[in-house]
Write a protein that binds this ligand. Sequence first.
Ligand code: T3D
Length: 262
Amino acid sequence: MSDSILVSIDSGVQTITLNRPDKLNSFNPEMHTQLRSALDRAKSDDAIRCVLLTGAGRGFCAGQDLSEREMKESDTPRDLGATIEKYYNPLVKFMQALPKPIVCAVNGVAAGAGANIALACDTVVAARSASFLQAFAKIGLVPDSGGTYFLPRLVGTGRAMALAMLAEKLPAAEAERMGLVWKIYDDDKLMPEATAMCRHLATQPTRALGLMKQAIYAAGGNSLAQQLDLERDLQRQAGGSPDYREGVTAFLEKRKPVFTGR
Ligand code: T3D
């Protein structure tokens, strides 16, 4: 098996690099399988307290590998719903449910499912030269991997519709202005800055950060009353954690807290 992704773990940060640069890191089954197995490790390994996702070469990810989708006039259409069901949907659901922060460092073009997998990460930072492209309309498809969910929530219905239907490349600076991206950095600063952010997150109260994900992602589907109830329940869990005890003790002792993630 080739290395469709590269994985390293340092200072509590698991860095996952999509690694099919000749195809702008587009997804084939092997890359899906390897990415999922790295994320499974992120979930089960207590030493990993933050995930950093990025791409090798000049692109972040160009979505589905279209060289695997070549077809003749006479071919029976492939069931694309099956690939979505098998790979993309479980990936996005797993990322959102992972009780640890995932930061995406978009190093270049993020297109098709690649753009939406970036948006499925908890925080997105990007290189100044990066761009986002809802490429689906160009090939007669519909945004997937959560694009029709994330885009209207992040930028509003009108902009989401235009991004999907016009399929124009959105430069990183514009994506930052619209709220798709937290911060942009000069290209040579992207990985040092993203790594520093992840190392910081890896020292934070991981359990509380996981509960924050749960609350913030639930908010879109909840009424205020439901959300307040959820906050109460999650605060009950956070309040029982060793990191809460450490946070309060450190505050009262006027020192920096040392969180263990528990
Ligand atoms: O199928 C299913 O299972 C359903 C799921 C669908 C999910 C999806 O993601 S559908 C959307 C698929 N993605 C796209 O439609 C994007 C296709 N790529 C592009 O439009 C352009 O490549 C980019 C705008 C992303 C970048 O353009 P540019 O000019 O910077 O680069 P390029 O020259 O087009 O690409 C560089 C190489 O990467 C090139 O190979 P070559 O000619 O140097 O050998 C190109 O063919 C290859 N490449 C780029 N994207 C893909 C790809 N190869 C395979 N699949 C790709 N998606």
